[in-house]
Ligand binder design. Structure first.
Ligand code: ADP
Length: 257
């Protein structure tokens, strides 16, 4: 079984941008354990800008491009250092892959990316993928790691994509606005009614909100891959998700793809 896990900034970091050490350690421990059980794992990790903001002690998330990209360059080092250190404790090796939208659009580069990914998995490595925030510009940006994770899942022919977010799953409305919203545990068809539930991001550090998660679900399910949105504050649920038990919202991949 091949699983892509996307970790959002709000899962990895506190609102200040500083690393949530307990949470991140827990996630790395569980992913190491799942890997030991024979599951191939690819990580898509946000957090470079957020961690750069913390490391540089900036007061706010920067809005101008050069400062954002400088923060990403600092934060990406910190992020990989953290993963390398935590996974090493369980004897796992990580590899960093940074890509841009142009790499995906370019056929040869896309093939190279898929080949490298597969070779790393054969070698037992945990690839950690992020958009190359230091060179991506608005014109060539994938823009959010939900979509990036879906592209990675289809490129790697994964069985399952798990998006760890700051919310339990897809609700009938944005719960931060509508208190009567209820969780939708299963989605078999992503029709216009489901797409309309995609509100924007609720946190200061998250970027995509539900909209990009629904776009990701469309990409994944079209390729026959299941996708689950679950709360990153309960990493133990990863065991249940890979075992197929009901956690968060599961979007079912189209059969026969
Ligand atoms: P992350 O960075 O962890 O992926 P985001 O902030 O990008 O998190 O996305 C999750 C947020 O999307 C939720 O906290 C919520 O405020 C918002 N949201 C908008 N519409 C919905 C909906 N229908 N169901 C659940 N969450 C929603």
């Amino acid at each position: 079984m091949k699983v892509v896990v996307k970790i959002g900034t709000s899962t990895l970091a506190y609102p200040s941008g500083r690393l949530n050490i307990r949470r991140t350690e827990e996630i790395c421990k569980i992913i190491s354990d799942l890997k030991n059980s024979g599951i191939e794992i690819i990580l898509v990790s946000s957090g470079s800008i957020g961690m750069g903001v913390g490391k540089l002690s900036l007061k706010n998330r920067p809005s101008d491009m050069p400062t954002k990209q400088a923060a990403a360059a600092v934060g990406q080092c910190e992020l990989m250092y953290t993963y390398d250190r935590l996974f090493s404790e369980y004897n796992h090796t990580v590899a960093q892959i940074l890509i841009t939208a142009a790499d995906i659009k370019h056929e040869d580069r896309h093939i190279n990316f898929s080949n490298t990914l597969n070779r790393l998995l054969e070698m037992g490595v945990i690839p950690v993928i992020n958009e190359n925030d230091t060179i991506a510009t608005e014109e060539i940006v994938i823009g959010d790691n939900d979509t990036l994770a879906a592209i990675v899942a289809t490129s790697a022919k994964a069985d399952l994509l798990i998006l760890l977010s700051d919310i339990d799953g897809l609700y009938t409305a944005n719960p931060s606005v509508d208190k009567s919203a209820v969780l939708i545990p299963e989605v078999h068809e992503i029709d216009d009614r489901i797409m309309a539930l995609g509100g924007g991001s609720g946190s200061s550090l998250g970027t995509g909100g539900m909209k990009t998660k629904l776009v990701a679900a469309r990409i994944c399910t079209e390729a026959g891959c299941d996708m689950v949105i679950a709360n990153g504050s309960e990493p133990e649920s990863l065991y249940d998700i890979v075992a197929g038990r009901s956690v968060g919202t599961r979007f079912y991949g189209k059969k026969g793809k």
